[in-house]
Each structure stands twice: as structure tokens, then as C-alpha cells.
Design a protein. Structure first.
Length: 362
């Protein structure tokens, strides 16, 4: 399959060919393929050292390298990255002038040398067996990309509420990388461990997608005949947004970019993605009708609010009271800002535009 028009731009920085890994030696002894870990990094001085050490101390018998694509950060990220590279020859530092995530990924992939690519973020904390589980799952499943659970964990009461919402079907639907479940083929996974050949086949990450680039990439891999596989063995700790404003911004832009994916790849929108914008339209219509004197209109916003409170009572079991009382507002923020973002997504969003240094949407 030919890459999408947007993906042609990504082909400019595609990965160089490498032979597929041979999982076992001729004598039957286990041979572990070499792995390249790629990480786009921008303004991550708080988490970078811990994230890197989690990668370098992986319980993995094969060779491993880490390629850091450093954007023009406003903090000490680059200084920290180069200091870490000076301590360990397995770390390679390359520049990502735009600071954008898809560009950084393509640059890091091009600079890497091995046939299995593990994508990691600058604030991801990998468990010690992550790479081993990824390679074993890839060999067992034959998939082109494998991934696991985005294990949201909060520290403050607000973050704990967001973490619970992000692992709840009421909050994010039935995506297994959020809520867990049995191993199997899926539409998309969190982060991902790829065969280099699959990335080359589809032309790399589409650099016009500053968000939703994972879903868009996995869609093209599936369209080209590849398979995406989920396993609960792969679990990555994720730190939620720390306040309501940051959470609203995150979900607003996620909604906007999911509509871009829907426009470019017809037939990929289903009820799960349409539910938030439908809820926004229904609530708005109810408020307008109620304000105009048609009192039954208030049933719609009132019913939604009651549903969020009732849902929080069920989904929030085990949370501290300080987190539980925030959960209805967190659910509503995630749903409604996603829906507003989807409804207001500009037709020109996702079209190729020059990037300004440091202009990254995280």
C-alpha cells in the first residue's frame, strides 16, 4: 500500500533497512535481537534521568541502544541528556529542531541501527521486563507493533481522580490500553514496539499529526496488512495532568486531532468517538431550550450531571474522599472538552505547515 499524502513527508526521515531478527540460533539456543529505544524529548528535566535509567537497566539479554531526539527545551533537558550520554555509550543524542513529537520520532528512528524499535516518552517509567516482554510478544504473535497498558497513576487527589477516570470505561471507553483486558489484536496501543520493516513500509510517522500520531500510524500499518497486538504484560506508568486546565487542554486537542484522523481515513469513526460531541450538542440544546422557557430541556444537562455523579460513585470505589469528590468533574471535563474539540476542529488542521522552533503539542 502506498503511504497517505501526509505520510510522504515522513518518508523523508524514514528508518534505514535492517534484516528481520532471527529469534533462535541454529543450535536451538535463545538469541535475543538487538533493540533500539527511541525517545522524543522536550522540557523533560524533571523526569528524563529516571526515564533513561529505567531503560538502561532493563532485564534484557540482547543489545540495546537509546536514541534521544532533543527539542529546543526551555529547561536543562539537553544538558541532562548530554550528561547521561557521556556516562553511557549506549545513548545517542540527536537534535529535533522543531520540538514536535512525530518529527522527533522519525529523526530518532533514522539515527537508530536495529531492526526492532521501542518507542518511549520522556516521562515514561518502564518496568524492568518491558523490552523482554515486547520482544517475546512480537515473536509469539507475529505482529508488526505490540504494546500494553497505559497505567495512569496519580500522586495528588486531582491526579488520582484523573488516573481513575483514564482507566475507566466511563472515562475513556473500552480501549484495552487504558482499561486492560486479554491479549489480542487491537486497533492501537500505547507507545508501541515496532518492526523497522513495518515503519519503512508505511513511510514512518506522519509529521502533520502533532497529536493522534500513534493511532494514525497504527491505522496505516493495519491498512498495509500488518497487525497491532495488545498484551497486559507490557505496562507503563503514566503521570496524569496535574490540574483541570491542563486536563481540559489535553482532551480538547485530542478531540480536534481525532477528527483530523477521521477526515483523512474515512470510516474510522464509530460511536465511541462520536459519543462526546453528541453529548455536547445534546447538553447545549437542553440548556438553550431550558433558558428559553421550555423546562424539559433541563432534563438533558441535569441527567448528564446525575449520570456523572452516579458513575463516580461506582468507578471511584477505593479512592480517598479527596479524590472521589473530584471524579465527576474530571469525567465531565474529559468528555465535554474532547467533544468541543472534535466539533470545532478546523478543516485545515493537519495540513502541512512550517514548524516553529519549540512549537510542540504534548
Amino acid at each position: 500500500m502506498n503511504p497517505s499524502p501526509h505520510a510522504k513527508q515522513a518518508q523523508q526521515t524514514g528508518a534505514r533497512p535492517e534484516p528481520e531478527p532471527q529469534p533462535r540460533a541454529a543450535a536451538g539456543e535463545r538469541t535475543w535481537p538487538a533493540v533500539s529505544v527511541v525517545m522524543p524529548v522536550l522540557n523533560e528535566q524533571r523526569h528524563l534521568t529516571d526515564a533513561v535509567r529505567r531503560i538502561l537497566t532493563q532485564d534484557y539479554p540482547g543489545e540495546l541502544e537509546l536514541v534521544l531526539a532533543i527539542g529546543p527545551s526551555r529547561d536543562r533537558t539537553e544538558e541532562i541528556a548530554r550528561g547521561l550520554a557521556g556516562e553511557d555509550a549506549r545513548i545517542v543524542v540527536v537534535a529535533n529542531p522543531t520540538g514536535r513529537t512525530p518529527q522527533g520520532l522519525n529523526i530518532a528512528i533514522k539515527a537508530s541501527q536495529y531492526s526492532i524499535i521501542v518507542r518511549v516518552d520522556g516521562h515514561s517509567l518502564l518496568p524492568a521486563d518491558y523490552v523482554r516482554a515486547a520482544v517475546e510478544t512480537m515473536e509469539e504473535s507475529g505482529a508488526d507493533n505490540v504494546g500494553g497498558i497505559m497505567a495512569a497513576e496519580g500522586v495528588t487527589p486531582f491526579e488520582k481522580a484523573v488516573a481513575r477516570a483514564m482507566t475507566s470505561k466511563l472515562g475513556v471507553g473500552n480501549a484495552r490500553f487504558h482499561t486492560g483486558g486479554e491479549a489480542g489484536e487491537v486497533e492501537t496501543v500505547y507507545l508501541g514496539t515496532f518492526r523497522r520493516s513495518a515503519l519503512e513500509r508505511v513511510g514512518g510517522y506522519d509529521e502533520t499529526f502533532t497529536r493522534a500520531q500513534d493511532w494514525e500510524m497504527n491505522h496505516r500499518i493495519r491498512q498495509s496488512g500488518g497487525r497491532i497486538f495488545f498484551t497486559p504484560r507490557m505496562r507503563v506508568t503514566y503521570r496524569p495532568r496535574p490540574n483541570l486546565r491542563a486536563l481540559a487542554k489535553q482532551y480538547f486537542h485530542t478531540g480536534r486531532w481525532r477528527r483530523v484522523v477521521g477526515r483523512e481515513h474515512q470510516g474510522t469513526l464509530n460511536l465511541r468517538y462520536l459519543a462526546p460531541p453528541i453529548a455536547v450538542l445534546a447538553i447545549t440544546a437542553g440548556v438553550v431550550a431550558g433558558a428559553a422557557g421550555f423546562w424539559p430541556g433541563w432534563i438533558l444537562p441535569g441527567g448528564y450531571a446525575a449520570a456523572m455523579v452516579a458513575g463516580a460513585a461506582v468507578e471511584g470505589r477505593g479512592l480517598p474522599v479527596s479524590a472521589w469528590i473530584r471524579l465527576p468533574l474530571v469525567f465531565a471535563t474529559m468528555h465535554l472538552t474532547w467533544g468541543v474539540g472534535f466539533l470545532t476542529s478546523p478543516p485545515g488542521l493537519g495540513q502541512p505547515t512550517p514548524a516553529k522552533p519549540g512549537e510542540a503539542v504534548r
